[in-house]
Design a protein. Sequence first.
Length: 271
Amino acid sequence: MSESDDVKESTDRDARAEISDAAVRVAMLERQLEHAQKLCAIGELTGTTTHEFNNVLTTIINYAKMGLRHTDAETRNKAFEKILAAANRASKITSTILAVAKNRKNRHEPTDLVSLVEDTLLLLEREMNKYRITVEKVFQPIPEIRAEGNRIQQVLLNLLINARQAMPEGGRLAIKLSHDAETEMVDLVVRDYGSGIPKEKLPFIFDPYYSTKTGPDESGKGGTGLGLALCKRVVEEHRGRIRVESAVGKGTAFTLKLPIYKKSDAQEPGV
Ligand SMILES: Nc1ncnc2c1ncn2[C@@H]1O[C@H](COP(=O)(O)OP(=O)(O)O)[C@@H](O)[C@H]1O
Ligand SMILES: [Mg+2]
């Protein structure tokens, strides 16, 4: 073997080592990103639910005080009804948090997207009221989808919070559900009538850490640039698709296509 062959062989070896180093680094960074996305989602959810819960407690306290102050049966009955309604709401909120904490069922299973959307809206009810966002629901009958409920809920939270943040002065937010029988997919559209996204920025919005926000807003949300990156990853893990349409000054629509649950999916646990 000539000296130059020797040199070539060692350069090849170096190059191979460098490539495998890079692969290890990419894998490590991907794990870190996933972890950061998870923490970010949990943080946002905790912030939201704590506020909601506090709000419910205030209602309970106020009606309990009212019931104590007034002895007539009519006022007391009304107070009890309000307390019961608020307590039921509180228990729904905690069960949602518990489901998330337990990571619901950590696998794809038949999932009712309508209740998932309703549960998520319940968590955001107070926040949407506070920012004067009117939520419009157009739900057509849809079959169950094949999904990991928790992860899809994270996607919904991210899209709804982004939509809310795009309308700082308040506005309309429309959520549509429909069934595309041809592709065997369920379509979910989250449309806001807010700021819109300039054309030149659209290619970047799904990149991790891409954000046009200066940091978290006063309710501790956004500014990490991880929201849509997570949405994209989760939707792709579900073999679905996510698409965006936007016009500056008019608003933005995110469309999710998620596969419906088929009997044959049962043979594929953990997909
Ligand atoms: N509904 C929306 N309306 C306008 N801009 C949006 C909307 N959703 C996302 N964006 C843009 O995409 C960027 C990335 O979103 P995201 O990944 O959720 O990160 P973050 O919300 O932390 O900034 C946002 O900073 C914003 O510029
Ligand atoms: Mg966001």
